[in-house]
Structures are given as C-alpha cells and as structure tokens.
Ligand binder design. Structure first.
Ligand code: FES
Length: 114
C-alpha cells in the first residue's frame, strides 16, 4: 500500500489518463461541482466548476498553459490560484490535489465543508 493510500485525508478521484489533455473532468462533491483540469505539461488542477463572473462551467472552457478561458464570456481564469486575470476580478475555490503513480488524489479536508 502506498503512503497516500494509507492516509485518510486523500481521496483518489481519477487516473490522470481519465482527464483529456487541455480538457477537464467534473466530479460532483455533494452540491459542488469540481473540475479537474489537465494541461499539455500533464499538470492537473482542481477548481470549483463555476466561473467567478456569472457561474459559467469552466470545465467546458479552453485550457492553455495554466489558464482556462470561460466558454460564456471568455474571462481567463488562472488554474493554480483560481482567480481571473486582469482586467477581470474574482476567484473561485481551488482544491489541493496530488498525483502519485498516475493517480489523482484530492485532499479530503477541502471537501469537508460539503
Ligand atoms: S460566466 Fe465566465 S466569463 Fe462570464
């Protein structure tokens, strides 16, 4: 058993191959949708699937580098911090995750509020 699987605070949510490159997969956590993004560098990010502008589904946006462009009004959201790039303002919640042996794990402490 790996170190991560023996810790209760991490929840395995997907394999990295389950996330399309430059795309996202959505996980439902009670009443919140969490979008897991993957870029061309195989970096993964977890954000609330709700644009800080008017709630657009970021998971359906276009990923480029460490940014996703919202499909509704083209705001650019930083995937690492969850915040809109200037001149826009606002942030969405981000979730801590780790990748181990090609598996993606979410910190369950982040999910406890749901
Ligand atoms: S809802 Fe995302 S840019 Fe408007």
């Amino acid at each position: 058993m790996s170190e991560l699987t023996s810790q209760k605070k991490w929840i395995q949510v997907a394999a990295i191959e389950d996330i399309p490159i430059l795309g996202a997969r959505v996980i439902q956590a009670k009443e919140t949708r969490i979008a897991i993004f993957r870029n061309t560098e195989n970096e993964v990010f977890a954000l609330e699937d709700r644009c800080p502008h008017k709630g657009g589904p970021l998971s359906q946006g276009i990923v480029h580098g460490t940014t996703v462009t919202c499909p509704l009004h083209a705001w650019n959201i930083n995937l690492d911090k969850g915040c809109a790039l200037e001149p826009d303002e606002g942030c969405v919640k981000t979730y801590e995750l780790k990748v181990e042996a090609s598996l993606i794990w979410l910190n369950s402490d982040c999910l406890s509020e749901f």
